[in-house]
Design a protein around this ligand. Sequence first.
Ligand code: 5RP
Length: 221
Amino acid sequence: MKLEKLKKKVAFEALKFVPFKQIIGIGTGSTISYFIKYLSKIKDKIIGVVSSSKKTTKILKKYGIKIFKLNEVNYLPVYIDSADEINKNMEMIKGGGAALMREKIIASASKKFICIIDKTKKVNILGKFPLPVEVLPMSYKYVKNELKKIGGNVIRRKNIITDNNNYILDINDFFILNPKNIEKKINNIPGVLSVGIFSKRKPDVLLIGKNSRIETIFKKF
Ligand code: 5RP
């Protein structure tokens, strides 16, 4: 089955996790764009959405789905988003769409995180996908040098200013054997605003679009 078909299939399945008359959080990316299209068909079932990016906000507006700011909301029962890579411990790399900072905040603020991926996102070791780091522009050279000491080949993403007016540094050729440790280490560098490793805020439910079926995995407690 073609990749886009798998993304659509898993995006449709995620509708099952949309709670009645609530506000939900929504991520960013192509899989999520499909999800929003399906969500628009049942938009009267929800109160609205907290969006993780300008890109997602634009699509939500196109479909007439009500948008709330995170600060306006007291309770977010569910956050639905995709990922760039995920390992067997449900640790992830996110931020291919440069929306990692807001995605991590909204995922952390939500009770349940439903992650929807196609089968190509499952990996044994995180790091084939370049690891994004959002940095304050005035600090990017310093942060770049500090990141190099941790490992990998650090490249500033060209022509990208994030929704928060920051830069993205991508760490290439960096195989992440201990995601928890690396997430903490990178977070501790002054100038780093967010790192695309999600090892603390992992999904509660993972839906994987496969050719024959959707696999559902629940987080082990
Ligand atoms: C954006 C993300 C996305 O979840 C990730 O890039 C997956 O995108 P896609 O659904 O297009 O494969 O982290 O910042």
